[in-house]
Design a binder for this molecule. Structure first.
Ligand SMILES: *Cc1c(COP(=O)(O)O)cnc(C)c1O
Length: 381
């Protein structure tokens, strides 16, 4: 039940990775051009299927680096604070890495990371975020806010936020808007292009089943694709492909998200990503999400039978406002409950003080899995 943390290994992954090991063993450096899947342009195999998964145009997407690194590269370009407009908005229970990242960006630009950071908080005694509260923040401090960076699906509550609504709100006040979609990619329909967001980044090892620490995805909206005025960090992989190997040329920026690449990428990791997203391409997000809604709906139905005085589901009950994950608060529970579940063979995720996160994923969790999980939980309680 932890596809939201590390997705399982697709059966075909081993063969995809072995293909590259074979080509490396047999071809050496020639593999850059001669491999079955030439390494030089290997990342291009990933672009279209990944763009389909997140609802973007191919020019808007690239697979590179890791997630937090991508957030920083995006902020190097899109967080351009001035003396008067420098603040960053983030959700109060953001994933720690995201919070550390924006705090360090504030400090990097010479600002105080406490004064410069605005937290979008749930209301007292609530867990979910309220759009009106973000509106209030923007109405009061919009002129001082340079960047809004939010987790598209909250890792703790499972709340799937309305990316378009947040983007429109932010843009109305002249802010840049970016999303961390680690818990969204491969889980919900993100429609990144239509959301209008300036940038987004996500990892591929959660719902995208691409292996521990695998490379991340990055989205830059089409309207920024040809901009030369943006500050960015560059490397040879950001340079025009036609002249990259002349090695003497003036720097010539690649258009689109690809232009943010720095290095030639790790092919073994990309092979694992290809193995997984080929499956996503075969099935399609629409079918996956259709099953996901049924599976999670069934899970919710069973949990509710345990009684509202025993458990409370903090994830939104509206299927449009969540993915497959349900975050369950158990009355008077502590971590021993989670440990007992583990002993009973259910791998779930515990978050202090009293929340169990379970994410039945449509690719490999069955209705039976969900049934047995709830039966075990019932027996333990
Ligand atoms: C999983 C996750 C991360 C992890 O970041 P890495 O750079 O891949 O280690 C960061 N942010 C969010 C929201 C996550 O869900």
């Amino acid at each position: 039940m932890t596809g939201n943390s590390l997705g399982l290994q697709p059966k075909q992954t081993r063969a995809y990775v072995n293909q590259e090991l074979e080509d490396w063993a047999n071809l050496g450096v020639e593999g850059h051009f001669e491999a079955k899947n030439p390494w030089l342009s290997y990342h291009e195999f990933l672009t279209e299927p990944m763009a389909d998964i997140v609802g973007a145009k191919p020019i808007e997407v690239v697979v590179m680096n890791t997630l937090t690194a991508n957030l920083h590269f995006m902020m190097a370009s899109f967080y351009q604070p001035t003396k008067t407009r420098y603040k960053i908005v983030i959700e109060s229970d953001a994933f720690p890495s995201d919070k550390y990242a924006v705090e360090s960006q504030l400090r990097h630009h010479g600002f105080n990371h406490k004064e410069g950071l605005i937290l979008w908080k749930p209301r007292k005694n609530e867990e979910l975020l309220n759009y009106e509260d973000l509106e209030t923040i923007l109405n009061q401090q919009g002129d001082e806010i340079a960047l809004i960076m939010i987790g598209g699906v909250n890792y703790y509550t499972g709340q799937f936020l309305d990316l378009k609504r947040i983007t429109e709100l932010g843009h109305k006040h002249g802010c840049i808007v970016g999303f961390d979609c680690a818990h969204g990619a491969g889980n919900v329909q993100l429609n990144l292009h239509d959301s209008g967001a300036d940038f987004a980044a996500w990892c591929t090892y959660k719902y995208l089943n691409s292996g521990p620490g695998s490379l991340a995805g990055c989205f830059v909206h089409e309207r920024h694709a040809y901009r030369k005025d943006l500050n960015r960090f560059a490397g040879w992989w950001s340079h025009n492909k036609q002249t990259r190997f002349n090695m003497r040329n003036e720097f010539n920026q690649l258009p689109g998200a690809e232009g943010w690449q720095l290095s030639n990428p790790p092919i073994l990791s990309m092979a694992a990503i290809k193995a997984s997203i080929d499956l996503f391409a075969e099935i399609g997000m629409e079918k996956l999400i259709a099953k996901s809604k049924k599976l999670t709906g069934y899970f919710e139905f069973l949990l509710k039978q345990l009684g509202e005085d025993t458990i409370r589901i903090i994830t939104p009950s509206n299927p449009k406002e969540r993915g497959c994950q349900l975050s369950i608060q158990v009355k008077n529970a502590d971590k021993t409950l989670h440990n007992k579940l583990t002993e009973a063979g259910v791998i779930s995720d515990w978050r202090e003080p009293d929340v169990i996160r379970c994410a039945p994923t449509p690719f490999y969790n069955s209705y039976e899995d969900v049934y047995h999980l709830v039966e075990k939980l019932k027996a333990i309680l």
